[in-house]
Structure formats: structure tokens, C-alpha cells
Write a protein that binds this ligand. Sequence first.
Ligand SMILES: Nc1ncnc2c1ncn2[C@@H]1O[C@H](COP(=O)(O)OP(=O)(O)OP(=O)(O)O)[C@@H](O)[C@H]1O
Ligand SMILES: [Mg+2]
Length: 362
Amino acid sequence: MNVAQPRLQVQSLTRSFGGRAVVNAVSLEIAAGQVTCLLGPSGCGKSTTLRMIAGVEMPDSGRIVIDGQEVCGPARILPPEARGVGLMFQDFALFPHLTVAENVGFGLRGDRTERGRRIGELLEKVNLSGYGEKHPHQLSGGEQQRVALARALAPKPRVMLMDEPFSGLDNRLRDGIRDTTLELLKAEGTAVLLVTHEPDEAMRMADEIALMRGGHIVQSGSPYNIYTRPADRAAAAFFSDVNVIRGVSRGALTQTPFGDFLTPGHADGADVEIVIRPQHLKIDFDRNGRGPNPTPLDGTPARGTVLRSRFLGRESLVEFAMDFEGARLSAAVPGVFLPRPGTVLWLMIRRDRCFVFPAQRH
Ligand SMILES: Nc1ncnc2c1ncn2[C@@H]1O[C@H](COP(=O)(O)OP(=O)(O)OP(=O)(O)O)[C@@H](O)[C@H]1O
Ligand SMILES: [Mg+2]
């Protein structure tokens, strides 16, 4: 096999319902052993994309290629079972009349000993050793979900399509199961396309994130790149709260209460938005009216009054009413920092962490 060849290629997949394109020219490539997370808000077309790759939904146009072979396109359309694809959907269903072991072994070929070994190995991997003889109705929802996972993994599919597969599990179980599942899939060289609407899950699991909105993939890249170089304000806001400071670019410079920002590439007179995550605001004290003590990197500090402080566990979130333009900003501080409402503090902006976008029209 050509090593450089992606395991899964999706080219310009499009599907409309009632004249509305819910999946619009979606393209992506996944290599063997790689995990791509399709991330986006509810209704953006994630499940429809997955269902077309699985073969249970027909695209209006586009091509799907697995290991260099067209499985759906102008040349031919293979049925789901001939695509070498494993499925793990939100609404998985186990066979109620079969035991756990029989469910897991359902799609397996080979002799009894070999199948038994694979079933045992998988039940162990999903923490269900000893459950083989039980029936689905004797299991909790989370246990049933893990059986479905083992069943999907059993035939070692070339491509694994997963639609929110961990959503029914409690937090403690979830982290362990999703890490072992991914290790297993990676070790077997499976290409994984995993749908989620939770950014934390995507950041944790993905080699690559494809951010989807309104039927389009608006940005794709490593979790680091997507988080630190969002394509637009909505992409930035998908991963955390964001603060927005508005201004007008003149001569590639925008004046704000936090000093001047370089805004190259924006036309003279263009409205711009400077977007920054709460983690990248710096707080300084008022020192009895003497004011803050900024370093040259901090730019100009702006004064604000604490509206609310909340402790979130890993960090504290402080909301401010700023002196300028009635603006509201929030700053996240690691650990415990809970200034009382009414406290006057100063905020500074980490310039290297700002994103500048053209202002959104309202
Ligand atoms: N069979 C269908 N007929 C008509 N409209 C459909 C059909 N299937 C999906 N849609 C519409 O297409 C859009 C995308 O649906 P899809 O299930 O792909 O969203 P999603 O991104 O998976 O959302 P969620 O995160 O809520 O699961 C929705 O607006 C949905 O109502
Ligand atoms: Mg869905």
C-alpha cells in the first residue's frame, strides 16, 4: 500500500433536504491511525456527513474513497457492509436476544477459539470482563454503550465512524474508556472520524479538528492551531468565552482604551473586533488610586469595577464593568481570586494572544 495515501478521503460531499444544503461541499482526509473530530453546534450537519460516509444516507454529489477505492461516487456506490467501515452511533442498538459475547462477536469471522479470544480481549478493553453471558437488559445504559463499542471494534474496521459515542457515560468512566478506545483504534491503524459538539472532547481526542458550521467546514487543523489561530470570531468563541473590543482601523492601527493595536490588512476606516479569551487578560491592583504597574508588553491598562467573581475549580472568573463605553469584560485567573463586587482593578491585554477580525455586521 502507498504509505502517503489517506485511508479515508471525502471530496466535496453535498446533501440537501427540502432545498437547503445541510452538508455543503465537505472535504476531508484521514490517515491510518489518525483521529479527526468533526466539531460543531447542533444541526450543523455532522451526523448527516457521517451517515453518508457510512452509506446509510445518499449524497447528492461528491466522492468517498477508502484506501484508494471509490466506495461512493460517479463510478460506483457500495452498500454499507461492503465499505470496511465500523459504526458507533448515538442511537446504537444491541441485539436483545443475544448475550454480550454474542453481540460483540456478531460481525466476526474465523474459528471459535479465535473469535472467543477477540471477544475476551475487547470486553477487557471496555472494562466488561465477566459480562459475556449477560443479556443487554441486565446492563446499565453505560454498560450497553461499551458493549456497542466493543461490537463496532471487533471486525477491525479500516475506518471507524463515531457519533457522540461517549455521551452516555459518566465523567469518571468516560475519560478512561475514550483513551483506551483511541489507543486500540490507533494501534490497529484505523482512521477515526468522531463527531462531537463538545470542544473539550475534541481537544482531548483529536489529531485534527474539522470545525463545522452551517454545513461547511470553516476551519481544520491541529487542536493547537485551531485554538490559537481561529479563522473568525465564532471559531474563537466555540472553545471559550471571548471578550470583544471594537475599534476602527486607521493606517493599520486601531486605537482602544487598552492602547493602539496593530491591525494590518484592514482597510482605512474599517470596523474591527479585537477578540481575547478571559485567560489572557491580566489583572493589576489599584494601589490606593496610584494605579497599576504595567510592563512594556502589557500596553495601556484600563480601569474596571468588579461585578461578579466566581470560583470554577481550576480557575476564578471575574466580570468587570469597564469605565469606557459601558463595556463588560471577563478575566480568568488560575486558582482562587475572588475580589468583592465594587472593587476597582485594572485590566491589561496580552497582545500576543489577541485575534483581530473584521467587525461582524448586525
Ligand atoms: N432526513 C432528513 N430530512 C430533513 N432534514 C434533515 C434530515 N436529516 C437531517 N436533517 C436536517 O439537517 C440538519 C443537520 O442535521 P444533522 O443531524 O446532520 O446535525 P448534527 O450536526 O449532527 O446535530 P446534533 O449535534 O444536534 O446531532 C438539521 O437541520 C436537520 O434538521
Ligand atoms: Mg448529530
